[in-house]
Design a protein around this ligand. Structure first.
Ligand SMILES: *Cc1c(COP(=O)(O)O)cnc(C)c1O
Length: 367
């Protein structure tokens, strides 16, 4: 009997989402409308303590518009991690500003405040940490740094719906924060992004920028884009919002099982005061060939896994020109050794046991 592959990620979309989409389609009004407005309000209450939220068509758009709304542009520098999805650095570069890549802490895979401080110049305008894998960045220390140097703080919370630090939810720290609603994230709207804003002025500018720079038709105040979310996507997101807490709890329980049972690999740590929502459950394998480990896990144990991210942003062909000669040793070490194991809420107990069996056997063999 051949076993089915345990996928690295598995979006859950059910009958309620289908019914909600059907209702929007039947209404005949499918572009941005009442569903988007309701989704923004519900997301705001659910995740960011009532901070004003603005929905857009992707997480990447959310970063781009948030940066523009905060006044970032040519001549500015924004400090970001290199160990992240390329959208983080891309969005900075697309405003005309320079992404400046800082190193991370190996325990938490998020920005190292010491490396951030060393990267500050007289052009630095902001720090944009990523709450990578669902673990909050060191927002307390980064806030101190930002205040000390007169910088803004932004958040790439694409992977961290519901994560928190000392009781404050991610998305409630920065001038703006972006949550992605891509299908593999902890909740989805199909494609989409949500921007949480520190005040109504930032929110207003994000709203203008997503809609050609206008609030009233043909009264364009700013040069803007069309980055609107549709009511079809918002309807999916609203249903997912009612389920995401249970999914997160399941992710945390799956992670606890893996933490308790994996041997011979470095399991993910959680900083003091942090709540981790395990978008990814990321181990490190220091001995042997990581890519071989991934291959054998799939072929011999039918366990899918992912490497996020094998090439740091500052070495991508697209972003390398912003960082000539830059060396980020901790980022390099992470990129060489990380493996993200399945942790999604659809895993069965048998799946979890097979993941443990495969990882422990390969670790023991020094694969
Ligand atoms: C997914 C992701 C993004 C981009 O979000 P999209 O919705 O795919 O545009 C940005 N940053 C990080 C860290 C991500 O994981």
């Amino acid at each position: 009997m051949t076993r089915e592959l345990i996928p690295a990620a598995k979006p859950i979309i059910g009958d309620e989402e289908r019914a909600a989409v059907d209702e929007v389609l039947r209404s005949g009004m499918v572009a941005q409308g009442p569903q988007v407005k309701a989704f923004e309000e519900e997301f705001s209450e659910h995740f960011v303590s009532g901070r004003e939220c603005v929905a857009v068509n992707s997480g990447t758009s959310g970063l781009h518009l948030g940066l523009l709304a905060a006044g970032i542009g040519a001549g500015d520098e924004v400090i970001v991690p290199s160990f992240t999805f390329a959208a983080t650095g891309n969005s900075v570069a697309l405003t005309g500003a320079k992404p400046v890549f800082a190193d991370i802490e190996l325990d938490y895979f998020c920005l190292d405040p010491k490396s951030v401080e060393a990267s500050i110049t007289d052009k630095t305008k902001a720090i944009m940490p990523v709450h990578l894998y669902g673990h909050p960045a060191a927002m307390d220390q980064l806030r101190e740094l930002a205040d000390k140097h007169g910088l803004m703080l932004f958040e790439d919370a694409a992977q961290a719906h519901g994560a928190s630090l000392h009781g404050t939810p991610v998305g409630a720290f920065g001038t703006f924060a972006m949550f992605s609603l891509y299908p593999t994230k902890n909740m989805t709207s199909g494609e989409g992004g949500m921007v949480s804003c520190v005040d109504s002025e930032v929110a207003r500018r994000v709203r203008l920028l997503r809609n050609q720079g206008m609030e009233r038709q043909y009264a364009n105040e700013l040069v803007g884009l069309n980055n609107r979310m549709t009511d079809i996507h918002a309807a999916i997101g609203r249903v997912q919002l009612t389920k995401v807490d249970a999914w997160t709890k399941q992710r945390q329980e799956n992670a606890a099982f893996l933490n308790a049972n994996l041997e011979g690999v470095i399991t993910p740590k959680v900083a003091e005061g942090a709540t981790h929502v395990y978008h990814q459950y990321t181990i490190r394998v220091e001995a042997g060939d990581r890519d071989e480990f991934v291959r054998r896990l799939r072929e011999e144990y039918q366990v899918g896994s992912g490497v996020y991210y094998p090439i740091p942003n500052h070495r991508l062909e697209s972003l390398a020109p912003y960082a000539p000669g830059l060396d980020l040793p901790v980022t390099e070490e992470a990129a060489k050794t990380v493996i993200s194991l399945p942790v999604h809420p659809s895993l069965s107990q048998a799946d979890l046991e097979r993941i443990v069996e495969g990882v422990n056997a390969l670790a023991k063999a020094g694969a």
